[in-house]
Design a protein around this ligand. Structure first.
Ligand SMILES: C[S@@+](CC[C@H](N)C(=O)[O-])C[C@H]1O[C@@H](n2cnc3c(N)ncnc32)[C@H](O)[C@@H]1O
Length: 246
């Protein structure tokens, strides 16, 4: 099994996030929609999908490219009797197999970076109906002039990272009105993501002590976690709540 997937398997989330912030974001956009059809892009193991399912009176299509995550989510959906509300489908966010205007809401937590924030805003817009809502969470700079160490790290790991103001401007440029932005609290990085990931890294250091390639991957993840531990005031995950302008 690929070390990346082995490391991430069995942790509750695939990126920073928590139910409280999913709920807060949904409750903010709720007044604009009724019985919405929601597309969840890059759902991973689906913590946010399940939270959305408990909040909405609409329907959700949860999509990802990883069969392991899709199976995991299908199981959760069945266990919690949400199969009348949630369908789980394999779909590539770069070539979505859906019709124009099919969705009232597109939701994507911690995944738009894969296609690029601006590109995602541009490409996904056509799948929203007139004045449909897009909610994405994206790594963003929270303060001006951050220290060199996180700047150097993210310049390589995610050169698209930008400030909240710049991301708001980009959304407006691509024809969205910004309803609100919400900064994920620090606990949302640790509880379901970095803390369980860090535990698995220590476990795997033992297992892969003679495999330098695997060890290098573990070191990369540990570096990312330590960086956040030291510089969390300078960057974070930000939810952008956007409405397509008609
Ligand atoms: C950082 S994870 C976020 C997962 C989940 N939303 C969460 O917050 O836990 C990104 C997800 O995007 C999925 N992904 C990667 N490339 C993709 C693609 N081209 N199309 C759809 N999903 C993709 C990954 O399998 C992964 O589950």
């Amino acid at each position: 099994m690929n070390i990346f997937y082995e490391l991430h398997k069995e942790i509750p989330r695939e990126g920073p996030g928590n139910n409280e912030t999913t709920r807060k974001a949904y409750q903010t956009i709720e007044k604009f929609v009724s019985k919405p059809t929601i597309l969840d892009i890059g759902c991973g193991p689906g913590m946010q999908t399940m939270e959305l399912a408990s909040l909405t009176d609409g329907k959700i299509i949860a999509t990802d490219m990883n069969d392991g995550f899709l199976d995991e989510l299908r199981e959760k959906v069945n266990q919690q009797y949400f199969s009348n509300k949630v369908s789980v489908e394999k779909a590539n966010m770069k070539s979505l197999p859906y019709s124009e205007g099919e969705f009232d809401v597109i939701w994507s937590e911690g995944a738009i970076y894969i296609i690029g924030y601006e590109n995602g805003l541009k490409e996904w817009k056509r799948f929203l109906n007139e004045d449909g809502i897009l909610v994405v969470s994206e790594l963003s700079w929270l303060k001006e002039n951050p220290p060199q160490e996180p700047v150097d790290f993210w310049k390589i790991a995610y050169p698209g990272a930008d400030s909240i103001n710049k991301n708001r401007e980009k959304a407006e440029k691509h024809g969205y009105e910004v309803i609100d932005t919400i900064v994920l609290p620090e606990s949302g990085w640790w509880e379901h993501y970095y803390t369980p990931l860090e535990k698995r890294i220590s476990l795997f250091r033992e297992k892969y002590q003679h495999n330098q390639k695997a060890l290098n991957t573990l070191i990369e993840f540990q570096t990312e976690i330590d960086l956040y531990r030291n510089y969390s005031e300078y960057y974070g995950y930000v939810f952008y709540l956007l409405r397509k302008k008609s």
